[in-house]
Design a protein around this ligand. Structure first.
Ligand code: SF4
Length: 234
């Protein structure tokens, strides 16, 4: 049974169990597989509180309007109209513009790729409308830095699993998982986040988790509390 902070071995087992169940996830989903990194920045902002299907439509509209570059987005006078399918479009247009301006001012990926992760994260968090989750998605998927995305899905599953108790605190859960996880293996966190999302959507539902079919059930505190005999196979 899981209890308290994860050990490196327990976190690896958690990841591997989910990987066995769902297979390689290979995130982040992008429309241009040849040049995905700037699209990831855009998607990370557009997906805030918005379903991915609507983000996909907004990114397609941006692509139709011109090249998907920071310079082109800054030049679109009608940016809010182009992204209107992705939620509060005026708010998100302002956030996108702030991110694009920072990106251009700092030399784009060519220069930013050399920045230490801590400096990148600090700068991202200082931008208008970029919170912890968006900053870590950008760090992880666009800059390929090891970072744990402690989103609502992660809290739901790790609370039930027994690795989080009490009031939710993004930074504490992120640090707890990164402390147990590999320090230089971005691919591990890339898959871990994608697997957590898959598990939350397919098995560990908000209401009525499907514990009977869950690959984590033999170590999950919530499942063991409901059926204690499962721990011993009795
Ligand atoms: S055993 Fe149930 S509560 Fe635990 S992770 Fe699996 S689906 Fe979620």
């Amino acid at each position: 049974m899981a209890a308290g902070d994860p050990t490196p071995q327990a976190l690896r087992a958690f990841h591997d169990d989910l990987s066995t169940a769902y297979g390689p996830q290979r995130w982040w989903p992008t429309q241009d597989a040849d040049n995905p990194r700037f699209e990831i920045l855009v998607g990370a902002v557009l997906t805030q509180h918005t379903a991915w299907t609507n983000v996909d439509i907004a990114i397609a509209a941006l692509r139709e309007a011109g090249p998907l570059t920071a310079e082109a987005l800054l030049a679109h006078a009608d940016l809010p109209v182009l992204i209107r399918r992705a939620g509060p479009h005026n708010v998100k247009a302002r956030r996108l513009r702030a991110l694009c301006q920072w990106f251009v001012d700092n030399g784009g990926f060519e220069t930013l790729a050399a920045w230490p992760s801590a400096a990148l994260r600090r700068e991202l968090l200082a931008l208008h409308g970029i919170g912890f989750e968006t900053a870590d998605v950008i760090l992880l998927y666009a800059f390929e830095r090891p970072a744990f995305v402690a989103d609502a899905y992660a809290f739901r599953i790790l609370e039930r699993y027994g690795w989080w108790r009490g009031r939710r605190n993004y930074e504490r859960l992120r640090q707890q998982v990164e402390h147990a996880g590999p320090t230089a293996d971005a691919a591990f966190y890339d898959e871990l986040h994608a697997l957590i999302v898959a598990h939350a959507k397919q098995r560990c539902h908000k209401r009525a988790p499907d514990c009977g079919q869950c690959v984590l059930a033999s170590r999950c505190a919530c499942a063991l509390k409901a059926a204690p005999d499962a721990a011993t196979g009795g």
